[in-house]
Design a protein around this ligand. Structure first.
Ligand code: 4AD
Ligand code: MG
Length: 466
C-alpha cells in the first residue's frame, strides 16, 4: 500500500503514530536544535510539518538538500503539534529523497507568482497553493454535476467529438482531416478545383464539435432526459477573459420541456452545484476569498440562494438603452449583448443572476423555436455577476416546416441535416436544453478572473503549449 495522503494523515485519531509520508517540500527553516519543513502532496491545502530534531538524529547530510520543490519520503512518529494551527506534526526519523530540486532554477518561487508567469509554467503550477486548490475544486464541481443529474433522473450520454454538422452555425469550427496538409498540392480535387473531401477518411468534410446538442436532441427523443459533459471546440479568434478555443460544456436536453421548464432547470442546477462547492470545498474556497476575490462568499451566497430575475430581451433593451453612454457598444433593439451589457444587468441593475429570454431571431441559432411574433425566438441566456453569460439554451424548433424554412434562411443545406429533420418527421415533441460553460462556472465559484487560470492547460489564440 502506498503511504497515506496528508489529507488522510490529518484525520488520524492518534492510534496509529508510526507513519510514512511522501510529498514535495514547500519550505524549510533551521534553528539551533531543530529544523522544520512544510511538506505538501496535493491531497489538501494543508501542509504537514516535519520536525528534524538534531538531538535525536543526525540529518546534517540530508538537510541542505531539502529545499523547496524536492520530493521526499519520510518515516517517523506522528505526534500532537504544540502549534495551534495544526493537529499533528511528524518527527522525522528516516528521510529519503525521491528527486532533488535545483532551488535557484525551480520556477515556482515565492517571488514569481504572477498569473501571467505561471501560465508559462503550466506544467508546474499544479504545485502552487492556488492552482492545486483550483484543480481540487474543479474535480469536486465535476462530481457535483454528475450527482445533480443522476439524482434528477437524467442519463449521461456521450456525443461525438468529430462531427460533420455546425450546431451553432457560426462557422467557428476546427477542421478534422486525415489528409496531409503539409502536402497541399497533392490533395485530391474535384472538377471545380476544390478539395475533394469524399476521398477523406469519413468520405465527407468533418470538424471538431462546437456543441453536442444536435446529437443530444436525438438521444433525448429516445431517453427523455439526458446530459452530456464533454470537450467542445471553437475556432473563434476571441482573446478575452472568458473565451477558450477548447472548453468543457454540460448540455442537458429534455423531451417535453418548454422554455420556462428549461429556465427552472438551469436556475436549480446552478444553485445546486454552487451549494455543493460551498459545502464541500470550504478550505480551498477560503484561499480564493482571501487572496483572489474578497467578496467571493457574498457572491456565491447570492448565486446559491436568491431567486433569479427573468427578463425578456425587449424589456432588457428598455433597461439598457438609457444607459448607453456607459457602454462601448450602444444598445438598440436587435443588437447582440456583450459582456458589458450582461454584467451591467446582473451586477448593477438586478444585483443578482438573471435569465434573459426571447431574443431576436436574427442573432440566434437556427434551431431555436420561433415565437408567435415572428421576430423573437425561445432562447435564453443565464447571466451571472463577473462573467455575464454562463448558460445559453432554448426550446427547440419542433415543427418540421418551420425548421426547414429557417434552415433555408440560414443558408444551411438540409441534405446535411437529414437525420436532424427526421426527429421532427417521426414523433416530434416539444423539447428544450441548454449548455453551461464549465470553465465559466469555475470562474464564478473561485473568483478567478481569467479563463486561462481555471483550466490546467488552456487553449487560447496564440497559445497551445503543453
Ligand atoms: O451559448 P452557446 O454557444 O450554446 C450552445 O453551444 C448550445 N448548443 C448549448 C445548448 O443549448 N445545448 O454556448 C453555451 C455556453 C455559453 O453560455 C458559455 O458559458 C460557454 O458555453 N461558452 C464558452 N466558454 C468558454 N469559451 C468559449 N469560447 C465559449 N463559448 C461558449
Ligand atoms: Mg450563447
Amino acid at each position: 500500500m502506498p503511504a497515506p495522503t496528508i489529507k488522510e494523515i490529518l484525520k488520524l485519531d492518534g492510534a496509529e503514530n508510526r507513519i510514512e509520508v511522501r510529498g514535495w517540500i514547500k519550505t524549510r527553516r533551521d534553528s539551533k536544535a531543530c529544523s522544520f519543513a512544510e511538506i505538501n502532496d496535493g491531497s489538501t491545502r494543508q501542509n504537514l510539518q516535519i520536525v528534524f530534531d538534531t538531538t535525536k538524529g543526525d540529518f546534517s547530510d540530508i538537510l541542505p538538500a531539502l529545499v523547496t520543490g524536492t520530493s521526499v519520503r519520510i518515516k517517523g512518529d506522528l505526534v500532537a503539534s504544540p502549534a495551534s494551527k495544526q493537529k499533528w506534526e511528524l518527527l522525522a526519523e528516516k528521510v529519503e529523497i525521491h528527486g532533488g530540486c535545483d532551488a535557484e532554477a525551480y520556477p515556482i518561487q515565492k517571488k514569481k507568482t504572477s498569473d501571467e508567469f505561471l501560465r508559462t509554467v503550466a506544467h508546474l503550477r499544479p504545485r502552487t497553493n492556488k492552482y492545486s486548490a483550483m484543480l481540487r475544486i474543479r474535480s469536486e464541481l465535476s462530481f457535483a454535476v454528475h450527482r445533480y443529474f443522476r439524482n434528477n433522473g437524467f442519463f449521461y450520454v456521450h456525443t461525438p467529438i468529430i462531427t460533420s454538422s455546425d450546431c451553432e452555425g457560426a462557422g467557428q469550427m476546427f477542421n478534422v482531416t486525415s489528409f496531409d496538409l503539409a502536402k497541399l498540392n497533392e490533395l485530391p480535387k474535384n472538377d471545380k478545383g476544390e478539395i475533394d473531401f469524399s476521398k477523406d477518411l469519413f468520405c465527407r468534410r468533418t470538424f471538431l464539435t462546437v456543441s453536442g446538442q444536435l446529437e443530444g436532441e436525438a438521444l433525448a427523443l429516445g431517453l427523455g432526459k439526458i446530459y452530456t459533459f464533454g470537450p467542445t471546440f471553437r475556432a473563434e479568434n476571441s482573446n478575452t477573459y472568458r473565451h477558450c478555443a477548447e472548453f468543457w460544456m454540460i448540455e442537458p436536453e429534455m423531451a417535453f420541456y418548454d422554455l420556462f421548464d428549461d429556465m427552472d432547470l438551469a436556475e436549480d442546477f446552478v444553485k445546486n452545484i454552487t451549494k455543493h462547492v460551498l459545502e464541500n470545498c470550504a478550505e480551498d474556497l477560503d484561499l480564493f476569498a482571501k487572496f483572489v476575490d474578497t467578496s467571493l462568499h457574498d457572491t456565491l451566497k447570492n448565486v446559491a440562494e436568491t431567486g433569479y430575475e427573468r427578463v425578456s430581451y425587449t424589456d432588457a433593451v428598455k433597461i439598457l438603452e438609457p444607459e448607453n453612454e456607459r457602454f462601448e457598444n450602444k444598445v438598440s433593439w436587435g443588437a447582440d449583448f456583450g459582456s458589458e451589457h450582461e454584467r451591467f444587468l446582473v451586477e448593477t441593475y438586478f444585483k443578482k443572476p438573471a435569465v434573459l429570454y426571447n431574443k431576436p431571431k436574427n442573432n440566434a441559432a437556427f434551431y431555436m423555436k420561433l415565437n408567435e411574433d415572428g421576430k423573437t425566438v425561445r432562447g435564453m441566456d443565464l447571466l451571472v455577476p463577473r462573467i455575464g453569460e454562463l448558460i445559453g439554451g432554448s426550446e427547440r424548433e419542433n415543427r418540421l416546416e418551420v425548421l426547414e424554412k429557417k434552415m433555408t434562411d440560414f443558408k444551411i443545406n438540409p441534405e446535411n441535416y437529414r437525420w436532424y429533420l427526421d426527429l421532427r418527421r417521426f414523433g416530434s415533441v416539444p423539447h428544450a436544453g441548454f449548455g453551461l460553460g464549465f470553465e465559466r462556472m469555475m470562474m464564478l465559484v473561485t473568483g478567478i478572473s481569467n479563463i486561462r487560470d481555471v483550466t490546467a492547460f488552456p487553449r487560447v489564440p496564440g497559445y497551445a503549449e503543453f
